[in-house]
Design a protein around this ligand. Structure first.
Ligand code: AP5
Length: 211
């Protein structure tokens, strides 16, 4: 099963991805997590990605598709993938189609997590993430440790007000058209109301997938 989790920054893709992965039995690929790990490790990929990420802009499609191609070739992903944070541009949608075709697969569904801009700003302004495993937290302080791995909780640079504004603009201009692209290409698309409790959103997402 190959699924795209789609939605504005802060819509809850990273919160829902591991829950859906656990129920559906397929692993996740979160390009933002891969890029942040590369930035932290100071690799060439991280150095290239950092300036785009800090300002809330998109990392070039060729870089993203390199990550996707390499990751999906791993046997771990033989039964499918839950994509979190990719696909974000029409060229990425076209690239993903080609990568999956090369593996004899197609995209099964795109779930659009729908949240208002006001709620996005509220969520991202108070979010902390674990610097180790990237788990997001709705509340807490930078003095707290991650409940999952004990890592330090930090505020993401792109959760500053100016970067949040820019990310929402980038979403409208470059990412929103991807949903229509999938609809036009015959992929099952569904919009999931992504407010309410995290459990409620998971239940709606699974229902949209027919589970
Ligand atoms: P990425 O890490 O993918 O960021 P994003 O898409 O902007 O999404 P976020 O991680 O901010 O939000 P989310 O939807 O995962 O929400 P979360 O679950 O954390 O990408 C970062 C950057 O990397 C990009 O800006 C770009 O530069 C680059 N990049 C990555 N992929 C790329 C690509 N494919 N192409 C080009 N560039 C790429 O939830 C948010 C908060 O809300 C949390 O605090 C959470 O606890 C809380 N929350 C979750 N659910 C609920 C709920 N139901 N009610 C209340 N609060 C909730």
């Amino acid at each position: 099963m190959n699924i795209v989790l789609f939605g504005k920054p802060g819509a809850g893709k990273g919160t829902q991805a591991p829950r859906l992965a656990a129920t559906l039995g397929v692993p996740t690929l979160a390009t933002g997590d891969v890029l942040r790990a590369a930035v932290q490790a100071g690799t060439a990929l991280g150095r290239e990605a950092k300036t785009y990420m800090d300002s809330g802009g998109l990392v070039p499609d060729a870089v993203i598709m390199g990550i996707v191609r390499e990751t999906l070739a791993s046997p771990i992903y033989a039964d499918g993938v839950i994509l979190d944070g990719v696909v974000r541009t029409v060229p990425q949608a076209e690239g993903m189609r080609d990568v999956l075709k090369g593996l004899g697969r197609t995209m099964d569904a795109v779930l659009n997590f729908d949240v208002s801009n006001e709620e996005i700003v509220r969520r991202l302004s108070s979010r902390l993430v674990c610097s180790g495993c990237q788990t997001p937290y709705m509340s807490g302080s930078t003095a707290d440790a991650c409940a999952k791995c004990g890592g330090k909780l930090v505020r993401r640079k792109d959760d500053e007000p100016e970067a949040i504004r820019h990310r929402l603009e980038v979403f409208e201009a470059q990412t929103a058209p991807v949903f229509e692209w999938y609809r036009a290409h015959g992929t099952k698309v569904a919009t999931v109301e992504a407010t309410g409790s995290v459990d409620e959103v998971t239940a709606r997402a699974l229902k949209a997938l027919g589970r």
